[in-house]
Design a binder for this molecule. Structure first.
Ligand code: PLP
Length: 375
């Protein structure tokens, strides 16, 4: 199997698995317990908080562990909305992940207006378009650091400064950016930042919300006093410890990982563009994550290509989503190009440091073969 779908999820690294098992088999105490066995887990929890904080340049006490990035996103955005009940506008982008867009849509029933800023043709959100979308009614702005389908990176420092200047709260979905590009919250006015462990070679079912000092907060889950009353429920210690180990590795290996995956991604793109006619890189011209290539194959249905590649042992994805009984093409490529055709021809290749040049070369041969058979 050649796994090129790392923006969907990543393989938990061996030392991550070791950490998880340690908290399942030995250190399985409850971090809230008053005895030494519980304290052992509490020490692990505190260490994990510091490790995740360090990955994004935050203070440990600003980190709240959640059950997913989706939960972090919902918690952050709802905190913002609840703190400004008179303001009824949510501003985000048409290219955001469904965790943000669906959350915003759900608020429409409660009387909110959801405004989706259209991207530039490169996929980036133009800060001046965003500035026009923010009005006096706006409670919160949510813009992702990097897009999961194209890898396109937004101008977060500029966007965060704009939101601060206009007096609106700012949430940033950094799920795909963390561990792939440097993030330093010390230097940025980001009120809420969401992370997920399983995109950085950690386990699934654990994420984090970073809440800047002074940003309003209200819990999504009420319960016990865990996470300083910010998220009820006994902490998922095996997952949190695995997340921490993944974060430590991501932070320390970031330059090497970037160099490795960027070289492979560039090789993949260059070879596909040269060897397969009728191909285009979506997001070309914008700054992009080093591991992501989103390629349009003219005249080829992306879902059919995904299954043909699967038969050849190559795992990739299309951006399509299942809506009711129909398959909808990628909303991201649709927003960028305005074309349903182009949105249904896009394939995402997302690499990890575990990939090799040989895998890339084999994948290119499989892609060229599969596309030839479909045209
Ligand atoms: N945001 C982005 C950009 C993502 O890629 C994902 C995962 O697909 C999420 C949010 C949701 O993360 P989780 O699976 O932890 O809920």
């Amino acid at each position: 199997m050649i796994y090129l779908d790392n923006n969907a999820t990543t393989e938990p690294l061996p030392s991550v698995r070791t950490e998880i098992i340690e908290y399942l088999s030995g250190k399985w105490g409850n971090p809230s317990s008053a005895h030494a066995f519980g304290l052992q887990a509490k020490v692990g929890l505190d260490r994990a908080r510091s490790a995740v904080a360090r990955l994004v340049g935050a203070e440990p006490e600003t980190v709240i562990f959640t059950g997913s990035a989706t939960e972090a996103i919902n918690t952050g955005m709802l905190s913002a909305l609840r703190s400004r009940p008179a303001k009824r506008r949510i501003v985000t982008a048409a290219t955001e992940h469904s965790a943000v867009i669906a959350m915003g849509r759900a608020q429409e029933a409660a009387g909110y207006e959801l405004f989706l800023v259209p991207p530039l043709a490169t996929g980036q959100i133009d800060p001046s378009r965003l500035a026009q979308a923010i009005n006096d009614e706006t409670a919160v702005v949510s813009i992702m650091w990097a897009n999961n389908e194209t890898g396109v990176i937004n101008a977060i420092p500029e966007i965060a400064a704009l939101c601060r200047q206009r007096g609106v709260l700012f949430h940033c979905d950094a799920v795909q950016a963390a561990g792939k590009v440097p993030i330093d919250l010390q230097a940025l006015p980001v009120d809420y930042l969401s992370l997920s462990a399983h995109k950085i070679h950690g386990p699934k079912g654990v994420g984090a919300l970073i809440v800047a000092p002074g940003a309003p907060f209200s819990p999504l889950l009420y319960g016990g006093h865990q996470e300083k009353d910010r998220r009820g429920g006994t902490e998922n210690m095996p997952a949190i410890a695995g997340f921490a180990q993944a974060a430590i590795l991501a932070a320390t290996e970031l330059p090497q990982r970037t160099a490795h995956v960027a070289a492979l991604r560039d090789r993949l793109e260059a070879r596909i563009l040269a060897e397969v006619p009728g191909t285009v890189v979506n997001g070309q011209g914008a700054p992009r994550l080093p591991n992501t290539a989103n390629i349009g194959f003219s005249g080829v249905d992306s879902d059919t290509l995904v299954s043909l590649l699967d038969q050849r042992g190559v795992c990739v994805s299309s951006g399509s989503a299942c809506l009711a009984d129909a398959v909808a093409p990628s909303h991201v490529i649709l927003a960028m190009t305005g074309s349903y055709q182009k949105a249904s021809e896009a394939i995402r290749f997302s690499l990890s440091p575990l990939n090799t040049a040989m895998e890339i070369d084999q994948a290119v041969i499989a892609v060229a073969d599969a596309v030839r058979s479909l045209r």
